[in-house]
Design a protein around this ligand. Structure first.
Ligand code: MTE
Ligand code: MO
Length: 308
């Protein structure tokens, strides 16, 4: 297992691109406003030849413009341009996350303490939506396991449930009934503790844009994009498997595991290939989105359907 936490970084740029991840550890401790200033910008162009997952050809980053203009964030509407158009209603400052359930030290953590309390890294991951498109994004964040550790989960914590903000004033489409709001997602504890599972607070060297899930969202790169819940306000450590919002709506289309798998037939969308947003070209979809080497062992003994 690779090490992600580098103590006492001598400089902002700590490690060269490593297997599966482009990693830079960034010391912040500077607060929200200066995240952009703290992030290294050298060495990364918008069309960086990156190696975001093992064993595959170098890929091209999706431009920031496309990544922030073509979104799924149903709280602001259901078309791809709605989030960019309406997410200015969201005010991500101040913000806090409440962590409850099976923890020895449940409580609340404020966004300032998140930004100053965890070493931020840049990681390039591909985000594969179940609708059949993908983006390659340079996220800024830190492993979810580091946040969970602060709250000291008990041995009864077998799953983690996440909730997005529920406030129709800030999220105007929550007056609609597309989803049983708030948007909810969940992970099994071992998935949540996996070092690839990221809490992202920014992208492209800047604070997280509202339409991408400001101020803090999940990114689980081996699962379909809907698992990567945005604008998180609540985390619960639970013993029973939670039911996510999409699963409640259409369990055959949005399974709990939702591991990217080109072999699983989806009732609506073709999963064997994906359209890349940076050039519109199609590539073959990879099992676990290319991260099988790191995560396949989590699902040993599970069948394909269950795995979806
Ligand atoms: N709260 C919330 N989180 C969400 C969604 C949403 O509608 N609401 N959409 C999901 C889906 S389907 C995808 S593909 C990704 C899209 O992330 P992006 O807009 O940053 O590309 O966010 C996920 N997280
Ligand atoms: Mo999605």
């Amino acid at each position: 297992m690779p090490r992600y936490h580098v103590p006492e970084p001598p400089a902002r740029l700590i490690t060269p691109p490593a297997r599966g991840i482009t990693r830079r550890t960034v010391m912040t401790g500077l607060g929200a406003a200066t995240l952009a200033a703290a992030m290294p910008r050298s060495g990364r162009a918008d069309t960086l030849a990156a190696d975001p997952w093992p064993g595959s050809a170098p890929d091209t980053l999706t431009s920031r413009e496309v990544a922030t203009g073509y979104n799924n964030f149903f709280e602001f509407g259901t078309s791809k341009s709605d989030p960019a158009e309406h997410a200015h209603h969201l005010n991500p400052t101040p913000w806090q996350i409440e962590v409850s359930g099976h923890a020895h030290a449940p409580g609340v953590i404020h966004m300032e303490d998140i930004l100053s309390g965890f070493d931020l890294e840049e990681r390039i991951y591909r985000l594969r939506c179940v609708e059949g498109w993908s983006k390659v994004i340079p996220w800024i964040g830190f492993p979810l396991q580091h946040l969970l550790a602060r709250f000291d989960p008990t041995s009864d914590a077998r799953y983690v449930e996440f909730e997005t903000l529920h406030d129709p004033v800030q999220m105007p489409n929550q007056t609609g009934d597309d989803i049983d709001w708030p948007y909810r997602e969940g992970l099994r504890m071992d998935e949540a503790m996996h070092p690839l599972t990221l809490l992202a607070v920014g992208m492209y060297g800047e604070m997280m844009p509202n339409q991408n899930g400001a101020p803090i969202r999940l990114v689980v790169p081996w699962k379909y994009g809907f698992k990567s819940i945005k604008s998180i306000v609540r985390i619960r450590l639970v013993s029973e498997r939670p039911v996510s919002s999409w699963e409640a709506l259409a369990p055959r289309e949005y399974g709990f595991y939702a591991n990217v798998n080109p072999e699983v037939r989806h009732p609506r969308w073709h999963q064997a290939t994906e359209r890349r947003l940076h050039d519109g070209g199609r590539i073959a979809t990879e099992k676990f989105n290319g991260y099988g080497e790191q995560v396949a062992h989590l699902y040993a003994g599970m069948d394909l359907f269950e795995n979806f």
